[in-house]
Design a protein around this ligand. Structure first.
Ligand SMILES: Cc1cc2nc3c(=O)[nH]c(=O)nc-3n(C[C@H](O)[C@H](O)[C@H](O)COP(=O)(O)OP(=O)(O)OC[C@H]3O[C@@H](n4cnc5c(N)ncnc54)[C@H](O)[C@@H]3O)c2cc1C
Length: 489
């Protein structure tokens, strides 16, 4: 049976951040991820906002780790080659009562150590963002945006390059502790570990329940989004948030530019019964457009190219106000089990700081000796579309695959698709390609490039077309070969 010193359950941004942080040390680490790739749940379906820390009560773990995470982002993103833009955010007030709320948010932010907060009147806002309609706004210059899935993929791939083992499509189905060792039962067999890190997101309670009676519940809360076509990127350059609705534990429907140049409207907030119910609904779509127009009236109805949703892992129910702090702790009843619980927003922002916190606990359980071979930098993957003509010509001369455009909308070449499929995690679904090089993310949403990517998977990677998946182990794409079907039919 394979043995690892640390077993991490979950390859979201939290599990991947902890894995990458642990890969600095001479310690054997495995990550079990039930999906076909990392970032298969909340870590790919969120706003991608690097929060500043104005929204969590002073002295909460959420406030401290958000502010710390925000500060850590610049150097982390640089090391990993992940895009970050410090676009800033406006929290807009529609009336005098809400102006008083802005003063409150400013005070909270300042006591959390957030710099540069400023309340602007209507004219001051218009000077910066002419399309916002409001009475005034709080300007938050340290808020930024990133690509949440690119970040998670980069963390995981860098960890893998530093010898962390990632086992995809491997679900943990049982845990037992005997004689100081954990026996981890998975869909791909059994493993032994000294320390188990529970980073299973909305499923964190199921993991605890495998070993002991959990002292908490998880209340899944769905957030739906609309994605606007890139040609509407002029609507806003900064993020636009409302004053947070009271007693909901969420920040309200906002307008957010993405790193890729689209605009997001969302997220809604609906407490649901199913952990995996990521449907998108007509009611939410109508409500997202309505709320967005209250802040930016020129938001058009006909610019939507996609919709998606993500599930918040909340430790407080709607009846109890929906807000609870993060929990990052070793279980009292099961020493060696480190639980990372209730990591809803600002979990993406706080991820680097949460990882440090977890490492602090792990260091009390096993010896962590830094290894000299740790590679902190990940080679930046070139986007062909972002290069000058002369640079492109040089690349094509070296490898003709740079000259074959596979995805017309996003101008992604065959070489970029091949590089995406050669990832160190061994992730090989259409989504793995999409999230690594953007093929399939444009206006036609994969209509043109899918057959080309399938051909590359078959010809260059020897994959059987029948086995190719869209995104998860169960999402098969094809029923069979047309000729075989005809012959038998
Ligand atoms: C709508 C929405 C908007 C948000 N916006 C922001 C934002 O703008 N900024 C911000 O800072 N934060 C934001 N967040 C919060 C942020 O997305 C989360 O805090 C973060 O992604 C949580 O990461 P995670 O790794 O804990 O969970 P996940 O990404 O859900 O990862 C958990 C992983 O564990 C795996 N898993 C579960 N059970 C098992 C098992 N038994 N065996 C193996 N694998 C298993 C799952 O497949 C999953 O991949 C938002 C969240 C949502 C839902």
């Amino acid at each position: 049976m394979k043995k690892f010193q640390v077993a991490i359950i979950g390859g979201g941004v939290i599990g991947s951040s902890i894995a990458r942080e642990l890969s600095r040390y001479d310690v054997s680490v495995v990550v079990f991820e039930s999906g076909s790739d990392v970032a298969s749940q909340a870590s790919k379906a969120n706003s991608g906002v690097i929060h500043s820390g104005i929204n969590s009560p002073p002295y909460s773990l959420k406030a401290r780790l958000c502010v710390e995470g925000n500060r850590m982002f610049q150097s982390l993103a640089g090391e990993l080659g992940v895009p970050v833009k410090w676009v800033g955010k406006f929290v807009v007030a529609g009336n005098e009562d809400e102006i008083a709320e802005l003063e409150h948010l400013k005070r909270v932010g300042e006591s959390n150590g957030v710099p540069g907060l400023e309340i602007l009147d209507e004219a001051g806002v218009k000077k910066k963002e002419k399309n916002i309609s409001c009475r005034g706004a709080l300007w938050v210059p340290t808020a930024g945006i990133t690509s949440p899935y690119q970040l998670t993929i980069a963390l995981a791939e860098n960890a893998a390059e530093n010898n962390v083992k990632f086992l995809l499509e491997t679900k943990v189905i049982g845990l037992k502790k005997q004689a100081q060792k954990f026996f981890v039962n998975t869909t791909k067999g059994g493993f032994l570990a000294d320390v188990v890190v529970n980073a299973a997101g909305v499923f964190c309670r199921d993991i605890v329940a495998m070993l002991e009676e959990p002292d908490f519940n998880v209340y899944p809360c769905r957030g739906e989004y609309l994605v606007l076509d890139k040609s509407y990127s002029w609507l806003v350059r900064s993020m636009v948030y409302p004053v947070p609705p009271k007693h909901t534990g969420v920040l309200g429907i906002h307008i957010t530019p993405t790193i890729e140049g689209n605009i997001l409207l969302g997220p809604s907030a609906e407490f649901i019964n199913e952990d995996e119910d990521t449907r998108t609904t007509r009611e939410a779509m109508i409500s997202l457009l309505k709320h967005a127009k209250e802040m930016v009236p020129v938001v058009p109805d006909n610019a939507v190219i996609n919709a998606y949703s993500g599930i918040r892992s909340k430790l407080a129910s709607a009846e109890n106000g929906g807000w609870a702090d993060f929990r990052i702790e070793e279980s009292r009843n099961t020493p060696g089990l480190i639980n990372i619980l209730g990591i809803e927003s600002p979990g993406l922002t706080a991820a680097p700081a949460i990882a440090k916190e977890a490492i602090g606990i792990i260091a009390g359980l096993i010896v962590l000796k830094e290894k000299g071979s740790f590679k902190s930098n990940r080679a930046r993957v070139n986007r062909f579309s972002g290069l000058l003509e002369t640079e492109r010509a040089k690349m094509i001369e070296k490898d003709s695959k740079w000259g074959r455009v596979v995805c017309r909308c996003e101008q992604v070449t065959e070489r970029e698709v091949t590089d995406a499929l050669s990832n160190p995690l061994g992730a090989r679904t259409l989504s793995s390609v999409k999230y690594r090089c953007r093929a399939g993310m444009g206006r036609c949403q994969g209509g043109f490039c899918t057959p080309h990517i399938v051909r590359i998977m078959k010809d260059n990677f020897g994959m059987d077309v029948i086995d190719i998946k869209l995104k998860s182990p169960n999402s098969t794409l094809f029923t069979g070969r047309v000729r075989e079907v005809r012959e038998h039919g």
